[in-house]
Ligand binder design. Structure first.
Ligand SMILES: Cc1cc2nc3c(=O)[nH]c(=O)nc-3n(C[C@H](O)[C@H](O)[C@H](O)COP(=O)(O)O)c2cc1C
Length: 260
């Protein structure tokens, strides 16, 4: 049991956060937006190199288009603030080029490494850690948020829309706004019991019995018509769905260009 006095304001914000998809239409102030961006930029970042950029989508037509390209999610168009977190290696490679690094490598007989898969993962880590700092900064000011993973779909359209060069990848989008619903009425989503998530020293796998226990807090009134159990339902709605297939196609296209 955690002692009551250890539950400080930060922990309270973390423990009471939930995703908000219905927003009060009132705009955020510039000061609030600046606080969110500043919070994001104070996140830890690999080598203090900030392998990410934050793109604010203000244009309503662009937001409307994102509803369609991100699996028809109407709350994107209604969010007072939309930020796209870009995994960004382009800025550093533009800098290396302008600093004569390719020439240096040629002179010294060194390999000039251009971005590879590992650099993409590092940049995604940076971008996502900054994104979560933005979420918590907003939450602490009473501003709700929702991640939109579907921004990794339709890479060709998003590249053109936002003028993204090849070493920039939109890894996450966040919608922000004051919640329409009274925050005191929120019902938190369940989580798996700790023993399924937190291991000591070695990784653990589970059997059917374990999985039944893992889902003990997950209630579902109706399953999809073709599903006989929760596992089949999740697969059909998520991992095997049309949006997941589009994510997979889009990321393959991006990866091919990234390492070319
Ligand atoms: C990487 C990521 C992608 C997500 N993508 C979406 C999304 O596209 N649309 C959406 O409505 N919610 C999205 N969510 C929100 C999750 O559905 C939500 O976090 C989850 O159901 C748990 O609920 P909670 O955040 O209220 O605890 C995403 C969350 C994460 C972390």
């Amino acid at each position: 049991m955690i002692e009551k006095e250890k539950i400080n304001e930060v922990i309270k914000v973390l423990n009471n956060r939930c995703t908000v998809r219905a927003y009060d239409p009132k705009a955020l102030t510039q000061e609030e937006i600046d606080m969110i961006i500043h919070g994001a930029m104070r996140a830890p970042t690999a080598g203090n190199m900030m392998f990410y950029s934050i793109l604010e989508v203000q244009n309503q037509k662009m937001k409307d288009k994102l509803v369609k390209t991100c699996d028809n999610q109407p709350h994107i168009a209604k969010a007072p603030l939309v930020l796209i977190f870009l995994a960004d290696m382009q800025r550093w490679y533009d800098y290396y080029r302008s600093s004569g690094v390719p020439e240096l490598c040629a002179q010294k007989n060194l390999v000039y490494r251009t971005p590879e898969e590992s650099d993409l993962l590092l940049a995604c880590c940076d971008a996502l850690i900054a994104a979560q700092n933005a979420v918590i900064t907003a939450e602490s000011m009473g501003i709700g948020s929702c991640y939109i993973a579907d921004i990794i779909e339709h890479i060709e359209i998003h590249r053109e829309m936002f003028n993204l060069p090849k070493w920039v990848f939109p890894i996450a989008m966040l919608c922000f706004g004051y919640p329409k619903q009274d925050p005191s009425k929120r019902i938190l989503t369940p989580r798996f019991p700790k023993k399924f998530i937190h291991f000591t020293d070695t990784y653990k796998r589970f059997n059917k019995e374990g999985f039944t226990e893992m889902f003990q807090n997950y209630e579902k009134e109706t399953l999809l018509q073709n599903a006989e159990n929760l596992g089949q339902d999740y697969y059909l709605r998520k991992t095997g769905s049309a949006f997941s297939q589009e994510m997979s196609r889009s990321v393959k296209v991006m990866l091919r260009d990234w390492i070319k």
